[in-house]
Design a binder for this molecule. Structure first.
Ligand code: FNR
Length: 369
């Protein structure tokens, strides 16, 4: 069957993967309200397309933290990609590099920072979970730096793991043939068997719940790499991120896997963008599945977006070719959305090209602007 949109890989992945792996990739927290809302909210934003503009040439290139990429579509960190495909993170790294865009490698990858670096050139960010043992963190950040990673995405929404009921039912654990490669030498590469989700127990045992704003400053004492704060949903935390020295903000609810009934990221975005006042770039992840979604995020002030689940589903279905394919499809859809709304470059995409349901005064669940 020919794939015509990136969502179609989910059904193929479901057929191919063991239930425990598919459920881990697909699910969200508790009622999964936010999971559905991350998608639904995009459908409450409509276009105000402009016509009769020469759109024979469309330029989607941009720079992120000074790095030139071919399009504002990047890859979010998703853990344990070798559960999806034997080549896992290698395949993702190669596909991102071929598409001229950025891959973010998860702390909990099943390939190490050095292994991913050895796949060849490419602009890569490293996602960091802060362990209780700060020596572990310092070592890992140093290794990421040496392996040529260009920024740290510090995940701040996970002092504890959200309740993902499928993982609890499945007693989720890493398959025995895989390890969290970055931690292998530190004896932290495996999760113990647990009576609920093995990952939730691992987080409870290893991840530092005391993490606070002063640690964002501490991180800057151990690395020169720019820090993106990943998991901001409010104006207040956008301001604190900037005060703490963040080089950028990622509006994220962790793919709806942490606090259920958090707002969709596309609804939280504008509040954060306004608070940032252009001092640092603001990015978004969560529910981006169409080129029109990318356009909407940029119209609301995002400098770029990241995709999570589509990558693991494409990997499970077709490996590197699948990841290349979703990046290509999103690119083409985004280019078409630009053309059909009369925008030739990213800077021509404005707030006036869309209308949202919170632009209408009768809507009481509007984000605070
Ligand atoms: C994630 N996400 C995530 N985030 C992070 O900071 N570190 C991680 O290791 C992971 N791992 C992970 C695994 C899986 C299977 C998923 C689905 C998500 C969250 C991820 O970076 C991103 O925020 C969301 O996936 C974006 O939403 P979509 O595109 O999946 O809707």
């Amino acid at each position: 069957m020919e794939i015509t949109n990136i969502m179609e890989y989910e059904a193929i992945a479901k057929q191919k993967l063991p239930k425990m792996a598919f459920d881990y990739y697909a699910s969200g927290a508790e009622d999964q309200w936010t999971l559905a809302e991350n998608r639904n909210a995009f459908s409450r934003i409509l276009f105000r397309p402009r016509i009769l503009i020469d759109v024979s040439k469309i330029d989607m290139a941009t720079t992120v933290l000074g790095f030139k990429i071919s399009m504002p579509i990047m890859i979010a960190p998703t853990a344990m990609q070798k559960m999806a495909h034997p080549e896992g993170e290698y395949a993702t790294a190669r596909a991102a590099s071929a598409a001229g865009t950025i891959m973010t490698l998860s702390s909990w990858a099943t390939s190490s920072v050095e292994e991913v670096a050895s796949t060849g050139p490419g602009i890569r960010f490293f996602q960091l979970y802060v362990y209780k043992d700060r020596n572990v963190v310092a070592q890992l950040v140093r290794r990421a730096e040496r392996a040529g990673f260009k920024a740290i995405a510090l995940t701040v929404d996970t002092p504890r793991l959200g309740r993902r009921e499928a993982d609890i039912k499945n007693r989720f654990n890493l398959p025995p043939f895989l390890t969290l490669k970055n931690f292998e030498g530190l004896d932290l590469g495996k999760m113990d068997k647990a009576d609920d989700s093995g990952l939730a127990s691992y987080v409870a045992g290893q991840i530092d719940r005391t993490l606070s704003w002063k640690d964002v400053e501490w991180l800057q004492t151990i690395t020169k790499l720019p820090i993106l704060v990943k998991g901001v949903l409010t104006a207040e935390d956008a301001r604190l991120s900037i005060q703490s020295g963040a080089a950028g903000i990622i509006v994220s609810n962790h793919g709806a896997r942490q606090l259920d009934y958090s707002p969709s990221t596309i609804m939280a975005l504008e509040e954060v963008v306004k608070a940032a006042q252009g001092r640092v770039p603001v990015f978004l992840d969560g529910g981006v599945r169409r080129g029109t979604d990318v356009f909407k995020a940029l119209a609301l002030g995002a400098s770029g977006i990241f995709i999570g689940r589509p990558v693991v589903f494409a990997l499970a279905s077709e490996g590197e070719a699948g990841v290349r394919k979703i990046l290509q499809i999103l690119r083409e859809e985004f280019e078409l959305a630009m053309a059909l709304s009369g925008c030739r470059s990213l800077k021509e995409i404005t707030r006036a090209h869309i209308v949202t349901d919170w632009d209408l005064p009768r809507n009481r669940l509007a984000p605070r602007l």
